[in-house]
Structures are given as structure tokens and as C-alpha cells.
Design a protein around this ligand. Structure first.
Ligand code: PGA
Length: 250
């Protein structure tokens, strides 16, 4: 049995006061949630406040991105040791918005994943096809390529410490959720890649989250699929009641 992970990605939302208000409302609502790991990725400026607010709770904090060097003259970047030092335990890498707007490539995803692991963070590595790729029948090959070039470049030991997130680009922020079956098909492709590149044991231990318009009213159907080990939630993670409802749905 793989333990479920429900992760919220706040993207570029919430200042400090909103971060503190979120945690005061959210933590009591999920205090009894023992069936899953809960992760929240605030913007960099709110990480310290989030770590402080979540201290002693069952909620872990994540970065939304990281740079691949440990330190140096890289204006504007944040390193993995900085995230770990600020109290993060996770970091999202290769989100499609980074790929689409900020030049993230499979190669940079691979480098970032390795530095994150070296700093003791758990990377949540995102993959997923665009609408055009899905419509032209390329979903499987795109996922295979994304898998092989980043997660596939890790050692077996490193690989056992990452989480994957399958996020079809056409489902992110669009209100179009993949059907549970469509998501499960993609997860199967990724798990098969893990079996081929690493081992059957690695594949069956790998936790793959689904992301893309996850809401309180569709989480149950998604989680009913054995292939789906959790969710990466954008918009619906901004509201404490909504996100708690997603966490608390078994
Ligand atoms: P969404 O975002 O839930 O708002 O679609 C998901 C994500 O980008 O991780």
C-alpha cells in the first residue's frame, strides 16, 4: 500500500497575513487526517511564515521551484540548501508553468532533482502532455521521454526518494479534470517506465500524484483509482475549507 499524498501548490498567491490566516483555519480541520501526507507549497516569501505556522502539525512545507547550484552568483534564484534551511521538506520541480513560461527543460529538471535530493528534500517531479500532444496521440511517448530524461537519470536509490506528479497541461487551471480512467492510464505508463528503467519493486513503491483541476467534488472519484496515489492541487488549495475537504475525503 502506498501512502496517499495531498499537496497544495499556491503558485503566486498569498502574502504573509493570508498565509497565517490560512494555517489558523486549515490546521484544526485536518488535525485528525492520519491517512495521508499533507504538503503545502507557498511562494518563497511566505515559506518561513508557513513553516512557523505549521510547526508541530501534520503539514509539511514545500518550495515551488529550486535552482540546481548550491550557491553562487545567480541573481534571483533559491538553492536547495536554502529551502531545507528554511524548513521545507519537499520541492516541486518541472511544473508545466515553469516549462511553459520560464524555459524549464527536461535537462534542468534532472539537475534540479539531483540537487534537491542532495539537500535532503523530497522532489515532486512534474510531467504531463499538452492538449496538442494528446490530440495527436503522443501522450505515451511524451511521458516516456519526460520520465527517462529526468527521473530516469537518477540512481535507483535517488529514484526511491522522489514523488512523481502527472499533470496533463490541458487540465491545469482550466476546470477540465482528466477522467479518473484517463489519469490512471497515464500513471500506468509512468509506472511501467519505472519498472523498465529501475525495477518492479521501485515501480510499485513509486507514489504518483495526479494534478489538474482537482476539487472537493472530484477527488473521491480520482482517488478511487488504485493507480492514483494522491493529488497536486492548485486553485482549490488556496481555500482552507476546500483544501481540507480534499484532504479529508477518503
Ligand atoms: P489546478 O493546478 O488545480 O489549479 O488546475 C494544478 C497544478 O498546477 O498543480
Amino acid at each position: 500500500m502506498r501512502r496517499r499524498v495531498i499537496a497544495g501548490n499556491w503558485k503566486m498567491f498569498k502574502v504573509l497575513s493570508e498565509t497565517r490566516a490560512f494555517f489558523s483555519a486549515f490546521l484544526p480541520m485536518v488535525a485528525n487526517a492520519k491517512h495521508c501526507d499533507i504538503v503545502i507549497a507557498p511562494p518563497f516569501t511566505a515559506i518561513s511564515a508557513a513553516v512557523q505556522s505549521a510547526k508541530g502539525s501534520n503539514v509539511a512545507i514545500s518550495g515551488q521551484d529550486v535552482f540546481w547550484e548550491e550557491e553562487g552568483a545567480f541573481t534571483g534564484e533559491i538553492s536547495a540548501p536554502m529551502l531545507a534551511d528554511a524548513g521545507c521538506r519537499f520541492v516541486i520541480i518541472g511544473h508545466s508553468e515553469r516549462r511553459q513560461f520560464f524555459g524549464e527543460t527536461d535537462e534542468s529538471v534532472a539537475k534540479k532533482t539531483k540537487t534537491a535530493l542532495a539537500a535532503g528534500l523530497t522532489p515532486v517531479v512534474c510531467v504531463g502532455e499538452t492538449l496538442a500532444q494528446r490530440e495527436t496521440g503522443q501522450t505515451k511517448s511524451v511521458l516516456q521521454k519526460q520520465f527517462l530524461s529526468a527521473p530516469g537519470s537518477l540512481t535507483p536509490e535517488e529514484f526511491s526518494r522522489i514523488l512523481l506528479a502527472y499533470e496533463p497541461v490541458w487540465a491545469i487551471g482550466t476546470g477540465k479534470t482528466a477522467t479518473p480512467e484517463t489519469a490512471a492510464d497515464a500513471h500506468r505508463v509512468l509506472r511501467q517506465c519505472a519498472a523498465q528503467r529501475f525495477s518492479a519493486a521501485h515501480a510499485s513503491a513509486l507514489r504518483i500524484l495526479y494534478g489538474g483541476s482537482v476539487k472537493p467534488d472530484n477527488i473521491k472519484g480520482l482517488m478511487a483509482q488504485e493507480e492514483l496515489d494522491g493529488a497536486l492541487v492548485g486553485g482549490a488549495s488556496l481555500d482552507p475549507k476546500w483544501f481540507a475537504a480534499i484532504v479529508n475525503t477518503k
